[in-house]
Write a protein that binds this ligand. Structure first.
Ligand code: UD1
Ligand code: MG
Length: 454
C-alpha cells in the first residue's frame, strides 16, 4: 500500500474526472438532490468539481439524474450527462462513455457526495498508478466507523483483489477495517469493457462500480490501493454526516484564512463560506457568520456577532458588533458600521459613519457623512423600492426617517426626529417636527391634582 501525504503536482497522462451525482440520496430524506445540499455555502458537488479543476483535469463530466436540471446551472461550464435510472454506480459511469470514447489517459471516478476530497488525494491515486502500472487504483482509508463503506479485500500477496459492499459482505469481510473511500482511478482503455461485464446479482440489485476490481483481476489486470485520509473521502449519506462534513470544512477554511493573515479571537465560532475572501491583517471577533459572496479587504475589523452576505468591505473599515450586511452592500475605506445596523443594497462611502440602530436600504451615503442613531431609510412603499441619496459630509440627526426617493445634498444637516420626503439642498438644514412648547409649572400642578391616587 502506498501513502502519499505531500502534494507535488506531477504532469502525468491526460486526466478525465467523472463525478457521480445521479443517485437518489434517499437517506437524506429530502426533496433536494443530495449533492445540492450546501457545505460551507456551496452545493457539495461544487466542492468536488473545484477539486477536479485544481487537479488540472482535462475533462470534468458530472453524471446527474433527469430531475436534476437545477444542478446544470451550478455546474456550468462543465459537462453534465444523464443517467436515466439509478441502477448503481457502475451503470452511472456508462452515461459518460460517449463523452469519453476517444479519451486516452487516466479516468478518475469520484462521488458527488464526497465534498471534502482534495487535489492531494487525487494526486496520490495518480502517483500509485504511475509507480505500479496498475489498471485500477482505489482510494482506501481506515475510518473510525467503517459501517457503510465497501470493504477492501487484499490477496495473500497484499494486492487488491476485490471490494465487497456491506450488504453483500460475510461477517469476516465486515471485520475488515480497510474501506473503499469511493474514489477510483481507471486506465481509460480498460474501463469500458469492464463496465460491460458488470452484473447486478447482488443484495441491492445494482451494477456496482466496485465489482470492476474483481473483474479486472479475473482478466489478469493488476489493481492497487492508495491510502488516503479518512476525512478527505468522507461520504455524505445522511443529514448527520452533512453536519459533520460542515464542521470539518469550517475547520479547513478557518485554517486557510488564518494562514493567509486573518486573526480570529475564537475561530470555532466563526463560520465561513468556500468563497469568503480576506485581505491581510483582518481581525474577526467571536460569533461572526460569513454567508456566500463576501469580500473583506486589508485591515478590516469585524467585531463580535455580525452577519455578512454578498457584501464588500474595503480596507480599514470597522463593522459591528451586531451588524448585518445584506446583499449588495459596499462599505468604503475606513467607514464605520456599528451595532444594530442593517444595510442592504447600499454604498457607504469612505469615512462615513453609521454607528447605531439604523436601517439603510437602497441608498448611497457619501464620503464622511454621519448617520445618527435610529435613522431609517424608508425605501419600500409596499410596491416599489426607491433610492435615498445622502451627499458627502451630510449629517443626519438621530431618529430621522428618510422617505425615498429622496436626496440630501452635500454638507446638509437633518434635524433629529425629522421625517424627510423632499430634497434637502446642499449645505441646508431640514427640520420637520412639531416645535417644542414649554409650560412653566405644569408638571407640579399635575402631580398635586393626582396625589390622592397614590
Ligand atoms: C459507495 C461505494 C462504497 C464506498 C462508498 C464511499 C459502490 C457500489 N459503493 O457506496 O464501496 O465505500 O461509496 O462513500 O460504488 N450514484 C449515481 N447513480 C447510481 C447510484 C449512485 O450517480 O445509480 C452516485 C450517487 O449520487 C453518489 C455516489 O454515486 O454521489 C455514491 O452512491 P451512494 O449510494 O452514496 O453509494 P454508497 O452506498 O455510499
Ligand atoms: Mg455515499
Amino acid at each position: 500500500m502506498t501513502k502519499t501525504s505531500s502534494f507535488e503536482p506531477v504532469k502525468l497522462s491526460p486526466l478525465a474526472c467523472v463525478i457521480l451525482a445521479a443517485g437518489q440520496g434517499t437517506r437524506m430524506r429530502s426533496e433536494l438532490p443530495k449533492v445540492m445540499h450546501p457545505v460551507a455555502g456551496e452545493p457539495m458537488i461544487r466542492h468536488v468539481v473545484a477539486t477536479c479543476a485544481d487537479s488540472h483535469a482535462d475533462r470534468i463530466i458530472v453524471v446527474i439524474s433527469p430531475d436534476m436540471k437545477s444542478a446544470e446551472d451550478v455546474l456550468r461550464p462543465h459537462k453534465c450527462v444523464v443517467q436515466k435510472i439509478p441502477l448503481g454506480t457502475g451503470d452511472a459511469v456508462k452515461a459518460a462513455r460517449d463523452e469519453l470514447k476517444n479519451f486516452n489517459g487516466d479516468i478518475i471516478v469520484l462521488f458527488g457526495d464526497t465534498p471534502l476530497v482534495t487535489a492531494e488525494a487525487l494526486q496520490s491515486l495518480r502517483r500509485v498508478r504511475k509507480d505500479t502500472g496498475a489498471s485500477i487504483v482505489v482510494g482506501a482509508n481506515t475510518p473510525s466507523d467503517p459501517a457503510a463503506y465497501g470493504r477492501i479485500v487484499l490477496d495473500k500477496s497484499g494486492q487488491l483483489s476485490s471490494i465487497v459492499e456491506v450488504k453483500d459482505a460475510t461477517p469476516e469481510q465486515l471485520a475488515i477495517k480497510l474501506c473503499n473511500g469511493g474514489i477510483m482511478l481507471f486506465e481509460a482503455g480498460k474501463l469500458w469493457p469492464l463496465l460491460d461485464k458488470l452484473r447486478n446479482d447482488n443484495a441491492k440489485k445494482e451494477f456496482y462500480l466496485t465489482d470492476c476490481v474483481k473483474l479486472a483481476r479475473d482478466a489478469g489486470l493488476s489493481c492497487a490501493v492508495a491510502e488516503m485520509d479518512s476525512e478527505d473521502v468522507m461520504g455524505i449519506n445522511t443529514r448527520e454526516e452533512l453536519a459533520q462534513a460542515e464542521k470539518l470544512m469550517q475547520r479547513r477554511l478557518r485554517k486557510r484564512a488564518m494562514l493567509a493573515g486573518v486573526t480570529m479571537t475564537d475561530p470555532d465560532t466563526v463560520y465561513l463560506c468556500a468563497d469568503t475572501a480576506f485581505g491581510q491583517d483582518v481581525v474577526i471577533g467571536p460569533n461572526v457568520v460569513f454567508a456566500p459572496g463576501v469580500e473583506i479587504a486589508d485591515n478590516v475589523q469585524i467585531r463580535p456577532f455580525c452577519h455578512l452576505e454578498q457584501a464588500r468591505v474595503k480596507s480599514g473599515a470597522v463593522i459591528g458588533p451586531f451588524a448585518r450586511l445584506r446583499p449588495g452592500t459596499v462599505v468604503g475605506e475606513g467607514a464605520h458600521v456599528g451595532n444594530f445596523v442593517e444595510i442592504k443594497n447600499s454604498e457607504v462611502c469612505e469615512g462615513a459613519k453609521v454607528n447605531h440602530l439604523t436601517y439603510i436600504g437602497d441608498a448611497y451615503i457619501g464620503p464622511k457623512a454621519n448617520i445618527g442613531a435610529g435613522t431609517i431609510t424608508c425605501n419600500y412603499d409596499g410596491f416599489n423600492k426607491s433610492k435615498t441619496h445622502i451627499g458627502a459630509g451630510a449629517f443626519i440627526g438621530s431618529n430621522s426617517s428618510l422617505v425615498a426617493p429622496v436626496k440630501i445634498g452635500d454638507g446638509a444637516v437633518v434635524g433629529a426626529g425629522s421625517v424627510v420626503n423632499k430634497e434637502v439642498e446642499k449645505d441646508s438644514l431640514a427640520v420637520s417636527r412639531g416645535r417644542q412648547a414649554n409650560y412653566e409649572g405644569w408638571a407640579k400642578k399635575f402631580r398635586e391634582i393626582h396625589k390622592h391616587k397614590k
